[in-house]
Design a protein around this ligand. Sequence first.
Ligand code: GLN
Length: 404
Amino acid sequence: MLKGYVPPYNATVVQKLLDQGALLMGKTNLDEFAMGSGSTDGVFGPVKNPWSYSKQYREKRKQNPHSKSGDSDWLITGGSSGGSAAAVSAFTCYAALGSDTGGSTRNPAAHCGLVGFKPSYGLVSRHGLIPLVNSMDVPGILTRCVDDAAMVLGVLAGHDPKDSTTVHDPINKPLVLSSLADVSKLCIGIPKEYLVPELSSEIQSLWSRAADLFESEGAKVIEVSLPHTSYSIVCYHVLCTSEVASNMARFDGLQYGHRCDIDVSTEAMYAATRREGFNDVVRGRILSGNFFLLKENYENYFVKAQKVRRLIANDFVNAFNSGVDVLLTPTTLSEAVPYLEFIKEDNRTRSAQDDIFTQPVNMAGLPAVSIPVALSNQGLPIGLQFIGRAFYDQQLLTVAKWFE
Ligand code: GLN
């Protein structure tokens, strides 16, 4: 839809980086309009995970009698900002930006062995970021270590008159993290609902070892309940597709990018342009969203989903009010999977499920960071996620740095 389109202004995040002397190398591939969790649906083709070619992984692959060899034998990066993750992971750049509406920065970070940071909603301007779900979107940061993420955040954070949801500068720039030598005053919460049957046993055991490490250093580690977690995926689906139906209306063949050359009627031109310009994921979401927004469905779906979103957000408030400083969770259900496995039809549901640990955070507007903690038996990176109170981004990153 936006092929060949050159925006007439820079996004605020881009301008801020330029103002500080950053060199911008280019734009990276992602799922079309940031819809996805694999980076397999981009117009430039799927993004390959650089870890697919690591020596250790190739050796393991060879030993597995079921593994397919050939051109398609590579791993997904996760998504939707998989191109950004691949670029940082392959050492082609220092840092990259992503778009995080339901986990799109943290998910590929986990699969590519990186730090993926989603700041608090309202800390970083969305001006110039193509909206997916306006009330959940946040520009995300992908780097190789926590200090780098803090440095980029220091440049990006702050009020922007062009984004009325940004708050007035709660961070003193530049953001330098102190070394947190003592975690004994911290209370770490472990949400019991995040122990889902689909979670890989390797990630589960790393998660509990991480909790043990905090405990052995004197931190208080307690189990907490986020009881509405299981409604998050369906709730997100209703809210996301409804906002997509509205947001995508601007791509009508008149104002931006692609226009189908058809002169029967304006309506026919709109329809043909959108049929040609959007992939089936985007078209599917527009259709679902319009269904949820129909007059007879609006109360039953959209309004209800908004109420459920409030309950999900309140779960976090209750956990933090009970004294928890930071929550510790897995980032993804498994390590990166081979492309051929990911695109199997029956995996579509699984791919939506993949966001289970990351999406609720966006509903609540909280800061969260995924950091690489170990390599799996297959030789692939595994990430764990820390979630903080709203606008306690600095504290969150300090804890993540201690753990790193
Ligand atoms: N996987 C989710 C979706 O497809 C989240 C995407 C994102 O964070 N941009 O909507």
